[in-house]
Ligand binder design. Structure first.
Ligand SMILES: Nc1ncnc2c1ncn2[C@@H]1O[C@H](COP(=O)(O)OP(=O)(O)OP(=O)(O)O)[C@@H](O)[C@H]1O
Length: 279
């Protein structure tokens, strides 16, 4: 007779396969040449980002964060090293970008803004309507679907940008300090909304921030960059429990330790960047 109690459940449960890589860089570098002078923005960046990972990039001003994101977005070319991006589902766009300044079209209503990418891809109207409604509701703009950007606050416009990025259903979301211009409370609310939407889809996210707090609220992994030319200085797993609340997370076990780890890696780079611009 079989003994059910000897059944080794732990061994019988198959381990989830490791996530495949989504973005891979080897020795990535970028030199800008302007007015006869060369500015080394990035140098020797080695980085592998896994599918579904939420990565925050933190670094001093001018260290090449935006340049890195623009290279991944195909808006800039690298001048050294290699970049590979896996495109898993060819029917979906590879990436969408969300910027700091509210990059919504002022002449389009909230609905029109959110459906923009879908319309460009020729998604049928009925399907578009459902997707647009879903994301407009998710970001709490249901009552404003027919409003125009000039009728919205800064936080609401960023909500429109986020809804549009997710509605477009890209494989990778590239976010360049999307909440930097918001006040603290609105930032916390938007961070939580972003997390709620991301939990649904678990898209790969590359998110630039100057804030250690923001990196700890949002990310699975915080990447600290050196002062220019930007290189990867520290790669810190952020294992804090999910779902996360923007304020609650600060009281959670491990938060203080992680915060100190990130700051100790960042501090001398910020000092280095400050020295660079000093007369
Ligand atoms: N198009 C360009 N031509 C010349 N130099 C550039 C160009 N774009 C960026 N740079 C330079 O490259 C460096 C990195 O710029 P980048 O905007 O990527 O930094 P960043 O880390 O995003 O800065 P911040 O945090 O202040 O936004 C800077 O020294 C910047 O002056």
């Amino acid at each position: 007779m079989s003994d059910v109690h000897s059944f080794d459940r732990a061994a019988a449960v198959p381990l989830a396969p490791p996530a495949p890589w989504h973005v891979r860089m080897r020795g990535l570098g970028k030199d800008f040449v302007a007015g006869g002078a060369t500015v080394a923005a990035l140098q020797g960046v080695d980085l592998t980002i896994l599918k579904g990972q939420f990565c925050c990039i933190v670094g001093p001003s001018g260290c090449g964060k935006t340049t890195l994101l623009r290279i991944v977005a195909g808006l800039e070319t690298h001048t050294a090293g290699e970049l590979e991006i896996a495109h898993f589902e060819r029917s979906k766009p590879l990436h969408s970008m969300v910027f700091q300044d509210q990059s919504v079209f002022p002449w389009m209503s909230v609905e029109r803004n959110v459906e923009y990418g879908l319309r460009m891809r020729g998604v049928p109207a009925t399907q578009r309507r459902d997707i647009v409604s879903h994301y407009i509701d998710k970001v709490g703009l249901g009552a404003f679907r027919h409003a125009y950007p000039h009728q919205l606050s800064g936080g609401m416009k960023q909500r429109v940008s986020i809804a549009r990025a997710f509605a477009n259903d890209p494989e990778i979301l590239l976010m360049d300090e999307p909440f930097a211009a918001l006040d603290e409370q609105n930032k916390a609310i938007l961070q939580e909304e972003l997390l709620r939407i991301w939990e649904e889809s678990r898209k790969t996210v590359l998110f630039i921030t100057h804030s250690i707090d923001e990196a700890l609220v949002l990310s699975d992994r915080a990447l600290i960059m050196t002062a220019r030319p930007g290189r990867l200085k520290a790669d810190v797993p952020v294992t804090l429990q999910r779902p996360r609340g923007a304020y609650e997370i600060r009281a959670s076990e491990g938060y203080g330790e992680l915060s100190r780890t990130l700051w100790s890696a960042l501090r001398e780079e910020v000092q280095g960047a400050t020295r660079e611009v000093a007369p």
